[in-house]
Design a protein around this ligand. Structure first.
Ligand code: ADP
Ligand code: ASP
Ligand code: MG
Length: 393
């Protein structure tokens, strides 16, 4: 029987009304001869709130205990959705990541999925039940509960789709798909009908939180097509696939230099002496580092502000030499396949950015990254989008 995986993000299950609405929609769509696996995130803001509570007790909470705490969020939404499905007359059962057989490494807070032993899911599907899986979590070889990094429920969904050989994987969220820029900051951003893995990977790693970077890695590695769509309308969203498959499916790939623009705000820069103590600290570091730059004897780490108290703790306890700490940084990343083939492009970007205080420019084969003060992020992002992508059609 074909298996369908559908994932619902935090704002899509943000209150009881929304959960009931999703259950109702699932009931109306459920078809004979189709097995459904639903993956859920914690209800909106729950994970942030749990995080905040832990940091009220300690500025460097134990990563193990933090994972025990944070995974509680998804247990709430999975069981509520299951109850709502029962109300719709459907038979369903909810499982934690561990019960679902999501095996990870032992890196608390940022674990990687190593394997999925989904036999319990298969057993319940065979009984005709809808299975609801708590996203964002797994279990380590030592049987400790782990989390996959913020936004990691997307990765749970794509991994399950891969291991279950699902026929489709849909990520339902609070926007209609992947846009040319975050539609909350750029009102003229356009929804893309399709996006290839490489472009999406670059966007996700540059801060476009619409998809977790590891979910894109997984989809790309195992060739899983994924649709990103609205949980409010259920309308056709954005299809993520290989470039070749998208062309074969009749999508017209847009051939602009810039496909989309990502941004990341709320960053702090730590300039640290690149000595042996830092090397030792880095070997066991489990805070996500957004970017790093090594120049001469200085390593600059760009890290989300919310990890500040933990980084300060590391600096104190591991004898790291802090040269300078700078707050209020943001990044804008232009993503496009032709960036490096067009030298005039850098000149144009610099001209558009002239009114803004660009602190660093760097590039890869398909990205151009600009670092600037947070206060100028929105204006600069809109100016770049207007120049390179234009207005909605
Ligand atoms: P969920 O809770 O469903 O996982 P997220 O908040 O993690 O949702 O991701 C969806 C959000 O991603 C949107 O509300 C939007 O603000 C943001 N976003 C950032 N960049 C983009 C983009 N290029 N296209 C669409 N959404 C984007
Ligand atoms: N609830 C987790 C978070 O807020 C995981 C997710 O939403 O994907 O990061
Ligand atoms: Mg998300």
């Amino acid at each position: 029987m074909p298996i369908i995986v559908k994932k619902f993000g935090g704002s899509s299950v943000g209150n009881i009304q929304l959960i009931k609405g999703i259950a109702h929609k699932i009931a109306s769509l459920a078809q004979e001869g189709e097995s459904i696996v639903l993956v859920v995130s914690a209800m909106a803001k729950t994970t942030d709130e749990l995080f905040r509570l832990a940091f009220e007790i300690s500025d460097h909470p134990s990563r193990r205990e933090l994972d025990m705490l944070l995974t509680a969020g998804e247990r709430i939404s999975m069981s509520l959705l299951s109850l709502a499905l029962h109300n719709e007359g459907l038979s369903s059962i909810s499982f934690t990541g561990s019960q679902s057989g999501i095996m990870t490494d032992a890196m608390h807070g940022n674990a990687r999925i190593l394997d999925v032993n989904a036999f319990r899911i298969r057993e319940e599907l065979a009984k005709g039940k809808i299975v609801i899986v708590a996203g964002f979590q797994g279990v380590s070889p030592e049987k400790e509960i782990t989390t996959l990094g913020r936004g990691g429920s997307d990765t749970s969904a794509v991994a399950l789709a891969s291991y279950l050989h699902a026929e489709s994987c849909e990520i339902f969220t609070d926007v209609a798909g992947v846009y040319t820029a975050d539609p909350r900051l750029v009102k003229t951003a356009r929804k893309l009908d399709c996006i290839d893995y490489e472009t999406m990977l670059a966007l996700a790693y540059s801060g476009s939180k619409v998809l977790h970077p590891r979910a894109v890695e997984f989809a790309c590695k195992y060739n899983i097509p994924v649709e990103i769509k609205s949980s409010f309308t259920f309308e056709t969203g954005t299809l993520l696939d290989t470039r070749r498959n998208l062309i074969n499916k009749g999508f017209l790939m847009e051939e602009r230099i810039i496909s989309a623009i990502a941004h990341k705000d709320g960053l702090a820069r730590y300039q640290l002496k690149a000595d042996d103590a830092l090397q030792t600290a880095l070997s066991t570091w489990n805070n996500e580092i957004f970017k790093y730059y090594l120049q001469d004897e200085t390593l600059e780490l760009v890290i989300e502000n919310k990890f500040a108290s933990e980084i300060d703790h590391l600096i104190r306890t591991q004898n790291l030499q802090l040269i300078k700490r700078l707050e209020g940084s943001a990044f804008i990343t232009l993503v496009g396949l032709g960036i490096n083939l067009d030298p005039g492009f850098l000149a144009e970007a610099m001209l558009i950015c002239k009114p803004y205080q660009i602190q660093r420019i760097s590039h890869s084969d398909k990205t151009l990254e600009l670092m600037l003060p947070s206060t100028q992020l929105e204006a600069c992002l809109n100016a770049l989008h207007q120049a390179f992508i234009g207005v909605s059609q």
